[in-house]
Design a protein around this ligand. Sequence first.
Ligand SMILES: Nc1ncnc2c1ncn2[C@@H]1O[C@H](COP(=O)(O)OP(=O)(O)O)[C@@H](O)[C@H]1O
Ligand code: SF4
Ligand SMILES: [Mg+2]
Length: 338
Amino acid sequence: MSDLVLELNNLQTHFFTDSGEVPAVDGVSIKVHKGEVVGIVGESGCGKSVTSLSVMQLVPTPPGKIVGGEINFKGENLVNTSEKRMKKIRGNEISMIFQEPMTSLNPLFTIGNQLREAIRIHQKINKREARSKAIDMLRIVGIPRADAVIDEYPHQLSGGMRQRVMIAMAMSCNPELLIADEPTTALDVTIQAQILDLMRNLNDEKDTAILLITHDLGVVAEICDRVVVMYSGQVVEEGTTREILKDPKHPYSKGLIKSLPKIHEREQKLYSIPGTVPKPKMGRVGCRFAPRCEFAFDRCFQEDPELYSIENDRLSRCFLYDQKEGDRTENAEANIGS
Ligand SMILES: Nc1ncnc2c1ncn2[C@@H]1O[C@H](COP(=O)(O)OP(=O)(O)O)[C@@H](O)[C@H]1O
Ligand code: SF4
Ligand SMILES: [Mg+2]
């Protein structure tokens, strides 16, 4: 389909460490269409950041390496793309914002300098015009005193302000894809909502596709059209945000949703999934979630579940959705409830 912006196809990114090979991204397939906001969720250590770094070809090598699969960006496989071409793609066709914008802003240059450069790559205008445009951009993203901030250095701004600058940069580049890795995690709730609004505007006005990575389902609910749930390097569930929040299918997604704070409930004690995300290991057999899953049965420890299709284009990597396990599924559905 021509409106496909990004397609990860069985992506495998491994780390070769002293203690062995770590399949951090273990066969991930994800599609992002034009104008779509896709969320990747999962607890810390699930492989979300390594997935996004793989797209940008920014996985630290060594120890990391893309060992298989494809990353098709508008039909071009980025896995085989030269560093020279990637430099053109990064920050132009694909923009990325991180949890800590200091890693992507250059501490040695003023905000204006960096923003002007970004603008001038895309528009043939002189320095003065670019400066005035940069000030406009800073105003659009809600930076007060924009005409003073433009001459300041990144370290002089708060985290929220730096994140706004990153979004202003992304907007002036007019990328086809914005990858945001935990962009609001370090920010307080009010600023978080404002940053999400800015991303939503970018998506609405320019039809920019967004791949939003977060451990926070609240953020997903705010902005994403579709959600991909990752666990231990694999996609375990996929569906529309609405369906996944209302009716999660995979036991891991159910656990994530159960641990969301509920505004209307007085009870303050939050549920959390027992145990932790296991470090990915080579040659592991069985469902990665089995040691933590309350529905696990023998087969879960003996075979790897595939991503089973369920109704409405939904996918769930769980034997409970294998037709062969039909009876068990019905029982589980009845037991799991919500
Ligand atoms: N530089 C690295 N060297 C070795 N292992 C790494 C490195 N970076 C990430 N990993 C491993 O990859 C897995 C996924 O990490 P990451 O993508 O950062 O998780 P998330 O973003 O979902 O919290 C983890 O198990 C982590 O140990
Ligand atoms: S395959 Fe088994 S262990 Fe894995 S999520 Fe489903 S029921 Fe739980
Ligand atoms: Mg991460």
